[in-house]
Ligand binder design. Structure first.
Ligand code: MN3
Length: 198
């Protein structure tokens, strides 16, 4: 099967004034598209050519001869997940039951926000910050470098924030902490996040 760029779940300007249409036009239209194009090129004639995206990610994770396939497949998945982790006119909180789970796991809602921000800001270089559910059901924070993602470590992704510079540089320049604050305060789609709880 050939992989394709999923439709953005909102208009290109829908996240303004927080994330501009200019950022999304490059981030979705150029970067995400390039990962899809590169993946299809790398998989042409490959034994994983007809595998699903998740199957490609799991089969290539940690394999020295499939680094390029893993990086592009994981970035295709990560970006689709990231777009869906946001919605226009957000900025609320999760459902009472999900919020209670987060408060129990992290010692309070504000403590969770602070720890998520800390993970996102301290990921050195390019990568991702995540709220995940581990195999024992517990909620944890994770930061990963480059394309790495929770499913390669047996964890379920609930929420992610892209901290590659291409995600925020046009709108926030070097101010990654302001981008992460804005993401948490105005953009997270908590219904989507909660829908991945097992
Ligand atoms: Mn990105």
């Amino acid at each position: 099967m050939s992989h394709s760029l999923p439709q953005l779940p909102y208009e290109m300007n829908a996240l303004e004034p927080h994330i501009s249409a200019n950022t999304l036009s490059f981030h979705y239209g150029k970067h995400h598209q390039a990962y899809v194009t590169n993946l299809n090129t790398l998989l042409a004639g490959h034994k994983l050519e007809s595998a699903s995206l998740e199957e490609v990610i799991i089969a290539s994770a940690g394999k020295a001869d499939m680094v390029g396939i893993f990086n592009n497949a994981a970035q295709v998945w990560n970006h689709t997940f990231y777009w869906n982790c946001m919605k226009p006119n957000s900025g609320g909180e999760p459902s009472a039951s999900f919020k209670a789970k987060i408060e129990a796991a992290f010692g309070g809602w504000d403590k969770f926000l602070a720890e998520f921000k800390q993970a996102a800001v301290t990921q050195f270089g390019s990568g991702w910050a995540w709220l995940v559910q581990d195999s024992d059901g517990s909620l944890k924070l994770l930061k990963t470098g480059n394309a790495d993602l929770p499913m390669a470590h047996g964890m379920t992704a609930l929420l992610t924030c892209d901290v590659w510079e291409h995600a925020y540089y046009l709108d926030f320049q070097n101010r990654r902490p302001d981008y992460v604050d804005t993401f948490l305060t105005h953009l997270v789609n908590w219904d989507f996040v909660e829908s991945h709880l097992r």
